[in-house]
Design a protein around this ligand. Structure first.
Ligand SMILES: [Zn+2]
Length: 301
């Protein structure tokens, strides 16, 4: 039974949340539907982390829950503020016209959302990869990598500059190609669902999905302390660009490391973490060539 549940958990929870959001949107209550599915998924994953954890040692407190929630709240607040500003300025109305009709607005909405995910992922991939490869950007992203366990609560633990960079890259691309507002919103919503699934400490069998989506299997390697292992699997939702740019990494002969984190001395306090990138002297840190020294063959599921 647990085996079956482990297999259906990832696609099932994602499908349930997407269906719930679509239903609520059709009824004219998208915000309510989003909040129910967002907190519903978080709640279900918190329970599953207790019932069927992937790493039992990650069930223990790391003393960072308050900091994780503070970063999440700050990022959500900034995101909503920017969305409000964009709505007031009517940016979403201007963008399609500016793109000169490039966007296939006649496609069914679901197909447009898939296209939106692919386009946005290009921005998310490169924002993430550049944070790993450019020394002065790494300290912002190191806040996310400083966690010593993965669980649903630290999904949103990003320095706000890191969040602005990745969402800015993705949104700029979406607006450049003229993606309509509805499609952009759908991409943002799906990104939050997949983010939870990627970080949760639930024993999920994601075979078959690991070539298409960013899954916990792949993301646990991304949090490795070893740079050659961690500088891989940059995809946020989809794995397409990791496959194309050859940064996908999933050795079949080993489990990902339990002892995750970074060599960077990221402070333990929330304010210290916010200030860290501005105070930290430049040094290579995690920055090494991506994948190039990966110790094992990447491939398989
Ligand atoms: Zn990263």
């Amino acid at each position: 039974m647990r085996r079956v549940f482990s297999w259906i958990a990832w696609p099932g929870l994602l499908a349930l949340c997407i269906a719930g959001y679509a239903y609520g949107t059709a009824l004219g209550h998208p915000i309510l539907a989003y909040n129910i599915t967002y907190f519903g998924m978080a709640g279900v994953l918190l329970v599953l982390e207790r019932l069927m954890p992937y790493e039992t040692v990650w069930s223990r407190s790391d003393g960072q829950m308050r900091q994780d929630l503070s970063h999440t709240a700050l990022n959500k607040g900034i995101g909503q503020f920017l969305a409000s500003v964009a709505a007031v300025l009517g940016a979403s109305q201007v963008a399609p016209a500016a793109a000169g009709g490039v966007w296939p607005a006649h496609w069914p909405l679901a197909a447009q959302v898939v296209l939106g995910l692919v386009v946005a992922e290009f921005g998310l991939y490169w924002a993430h990869r550049l944070c790993h490869e450019i020394p002065w950007l790494w300290p912002y992203h190191a806040v996310h990598h400083s966690v010593t366990r993965l669980w649903v609560v630290n999904t949103g633990r990003f320095h706000f500059v890191d969040s602005l960079l990745s969402s800015g890259f993705a949104l700029a691309l979406g607006m450049l190609v003229g993606a309509p507002k509805d499609v952009i919103v759908w991409v943002l919503v799906i990104t939050t669902y997949i983010g939870f699934l990627t970080h949760c400490n639930v024993d999920m069998d994601c075979r078959g999905l690991n070539w298409l989506f960013n899954t916990p299997d792949l993301h646990r390697w991304h949090h490795s302390r070893i740079p050659a292992e961690g500088n891989t699997n940059y995809g946020e939702n989809l794995l397409l660009w990791d496959v194309i740019f050859r940064t996908r990494y999933l050795p079949l002969d080993r489990r990902p490391p339990v002892d995750i984190g970074t060599a960077d001395a990221v402070p333990l306090t929330f304010l210290g973490q916010l200030a860290y990138p501005f105070r930290r002297p430049l040094s290579p840190g995690q920055v090494v060539s991506p994948v190039l020294e990966a110790p094992a063959e990447a491939g398989g599921d």
